[in-house]
Design a protein around this ligand. Structure first.
Ligand code: DGL
Length: 236
């Protein structure tokens, strides 16, 4: 990619604090890379919004990130990845990495996700286990970020079938209550963003934009930059 170089940051975005979990994983894996994070916290949650609203919000996020001259973009949000990947890819000039639940043919696995992710053709086609759409868990996490133990997960636990052998978190916000949920249901719980770093590494190397020297920095942008930075530094 012409006019891009390895020192430019990687943009990561989400409706709010969920993408911070993806960012943390990326920071651990790529300690030399620079990142820019945008969370659209004031507009969260995304999981119940219609596609035209999500498109408008996404264009705003992409504009903010491209103004920072990012060399790649990570969609730190399952809802946008499952519904708008093609739209996002066609809107920017850089590589775009999505966050999606794994393809699953095991009927004893359960996927917890937003309504919009559950209704996406990606999930309908690729997740053959039990898909459980949660109307308001993401916003509860967003609003109680500094007091996560306050969130009552018993309603979530009660809708997971007893035959379930593994629960996949198909929303990046849910990582913040992962341990809490695991202790409650006593079934392994896995995130869906673990492969994002490998996809990103392949793209950066392919375009000769991989940075592996020096210590990377993270810049938080947008109206809630300070809040997101605080959550990132205190909780993750
Ligand atoms: N964190 C996002 C996801 O992974 C969005 C949650 C929301 O805003 O509803 O789906």
């Amino acid at each position: 990619m012409k006019n891009f170089n390895e020192n430019l940051p990687i943009g990561v975005f989400d409706s709010g604090i969920g993408g911070l979990c993806v960012l943390k994983d990326l920071q651990n894996y790529f300690p030399s890379e620079n990142f820019v994070y945008y969370g659209d916290n004031l507009k969260a949650p995304y999981g119940n919004k219609d596609i035209s609203t999500l498109k408008a919000l996404t264009i705003n996020s992409l504009n903010l990130l491209t103004n920072e001259k990012v060399k790649a973009i990570v969609i730190g949000c399952n809802t946008l990845s499952a519904n708008l990947y093609k739209f996002i890819k066609e809107s920017v000039r850089v590589s775009v990495i999505k966050t999606l639940p794994p393809i699953c043919n095991d009927r004893n696995k359960a996927l917890l996700c937003t309504v919009k992710t559950a209704n996406s053709s990606f999930v309908k086609r690729n997740f053959k286990g039990k898909v459980i759409a949660l109307e308001d868990l993401a916003i509860q996490i967003e609003k109680n970020a500094l007091n996560l133990s306050k969130i009552d997960l018993s309603n979530v636990a009660s809708v997971i079938p007893l035959t379930t052998t593994e629960v996949v978190l198909g929303c990046t916000h849910y990582h913040l209550v992962k341990t809490h949920l695991e202790n409650l249901i006593k079934i392994p719980v896995t995130d869906s963003y673990e492969t994002v770093k490998y996809q990103l590494e392949l793209e950066l190397k392919k375009h000769k934009l991989f940075k592996n020297l020096g210590k990377g920095e993270i810049k938080f942008i947008g109206e809630c930059a300070n809040f997101n930075e605080k959550i990132f530094k205190t909780i993750l």
